[in-house]
Design a protein around this ligand. Structure first.
Ligand code: FES
Ligand code: FES
Length: 153
């Protein structure tokens, strides 16, 4: 049995503590916004926040998140009003959409650490998030737009 705090709710889960956090989120709890891409920490589709840091949930054991606060794309804001989510919609960033939850979650950590990131800051922070549709330019623009409009947790 493991106990996890996810998006401000407590879950008591009957699962192997070694199970990847991604499986717990998607298959047990049903939070399917976080995506499975590569399963080997190479694509960033599965990024969630654990105590405010970006974690690749495909390679993070559920036990690592015990006693910490996990936030998924569903919990980033109660009403999808996070500046990044608004900027993503304003600029129509998504193409197929598969990578985008991970992109936004990585960008959210960046904006918490750097309120006004440069292009280089964005390139550095987002380098591990792959987009097969090539939406990188719109992602960068959206991060700048969100930075201008201010971020909130
Ligand atoms: S699915 Fe986790 S990094 Fe690709
Ligand atoms: S929008 Fe399709 S993989 Fe990024």
């Amino acid at each position: 049995m493991i106990t996890l705090n996810i998006n401000k709710k407590t879950y008591n889960i009957d699962a192997d503590p070694d199970m990847p956090l991604l499986w717990v989120l998607r298959d047990i709890i049903g939070l399917v916004g976080t995506k499975y891409g590569c399963g080997i920490a190479q694509c960033g589709a599965c990024v969630v926040h654990v105590d405010g840091q970006a974690f690749r949930s495909c390679v993070t054991k559920a036990s690592v998140a015990q006693g910490k606060k996990v936030v998924t794309i569903e919990g980033l804001s109660p009403d999808h009003s996070h500046p990044l989510q608004k900027a993503w919609l304003d600029l129509d960033v998504s193409q197929c959409g598969y990578c985008q939850a991970g992109q936004i979650m990585s960008a959210a950590v960046l904006l918490k650490e750097k309120k006004n990131p440069t292009d280089q800051d964005i390139d550095d922070a987002m380098a591990g998030n792959i987009c097969r549709c090539g939406t990188y330019l719109r992602i960068k623009e959206a991060i700048h737009l969100a930075a201008k409009s201010g971020t909130k947790k």
